[in-house]
Design a protein around this ligand. Sequence first.
Ligand code: EPZ
Length: 418
Amino acid sequence: MNKLIVDGGSPMRGEIKIQGAKNAVLPILAAAIMGDGGCVIHNCPWLRDVEKTGVVLSQLGCEWKRDGGDIYVDASDMNDCRIDERLMREMRSSIIFLGAILSVCGKAEVGLPGGCPIGLRPIDLHIKALRQMGVLVKEEHGYLNCECPRIKGADIHLDFPSVGATENIMLAAVKADGRTVITNAAREPEIADLSNFLNAMGADIRGAGTSVITINGTDRLHGAEYTVMADRIVAQTYLIAAMMTGGEVMLTGAEPQHMQAGLSVLAEMGGKIKKNSNGVYIKCDSRPRSVHILRTMPYPGFATDAQSPFVALAAIADGTSVFVENIFENRFRYADELARMGADIKVEGRSAVVRGVERLYGAHTEAYELRGGAALVLAAAAAEGRSEITGVEFIDRGYEDIEGNLSRCGIRINRVRV
Ligand code: EPZ
């Protein structure tokens, strides 16, 4: 176990190369098991969730290795179609392997993923869609047992534009018999990244990034080489770090077109933003302004994963901000930890009223989940005095070397092992 020690108050100044997107690399690694021949994935961040995905690949009998930011996957010797319950509980997003395993093996047995601190995380939309594609799905003894010798293309309307369900349908459809059309599909950029990778493997997918995705099944997929998109949530987190500490940062590799909603809010709150082909730059030399009301929405709306970092920013802004969390039912738990630092946040169900205070003060806080943990780091960097943050393993799930990136930009932060 380890913790982060942060001595707040130093302005962030410097440049950060933005890591590859966690939520793109996970489904892309699942897709890699479908190729006849090896795949090489570039710009992979080294995260706990990527490490755990490697454990899943090994459990399925696939060969994989990492060389810096490159991951090589060869599924030629894949000899299993099962992901055990313990692994699924450790990383519920492994459910994204379901469509790929079914496509390769015609059957799959995966532990039910269960919920997490931010919500129940049901998978009913995944199951309903797979059944429409002819998959026999039985839920028994904590496992999903799926059988389908030959997946059939289908017209699938998603009741909610679920990212994971959209990805699982794409993975099941690329080698199915016939055509699959997904309507009300998720439009997140990570879906388009997965589609680009699958098409590089020989798939025939059109419309990814829009709400209608058409997949024409093909007989086989070959290996491919691909570079993962930049992480838009990590980028927004570091932009907020600069705003909260009255500094400036250049994020090389960040893709502004993937975070228009967040950039618009940062500008409204006083950030001076410059965008170019190299990335995104921000400077803020005055107290941030509050934002009237901010609702999380499916993409291209304001991202739920950016909600907690923005609440940390609003906690020291001039004025009162209201946040409405429309995607997950329990995504304000970190607010209690921010309150220990002097933040004034009133949470009522899916809404949080944040009254900005002049200053936060260092405290001992605990991360319970990934993005809430990131918000604690941001608050500690802006606070007066020393903070200690435990539960760092949650932050490590999505942020590669967070203390290295921030300390190289002047934030006094280090990791100690306890
Ligand atoms: C992905 O989760 C991301 N994770 C999440 O990022 C992100 O917050 C979420 O999309 C929304 O953008 C990965 O990509 C690994 P959903 P996912 O299916 O696919 C409901 C992070 O911090 N729903 O779009 O699980 C669900 O309960 C993580 O990086 C159903 O009701 O999200 C939720 O309310 C957190 N039934 C909403 O849809 C289903 O079958 C959005 O879920 C599936 C989802």
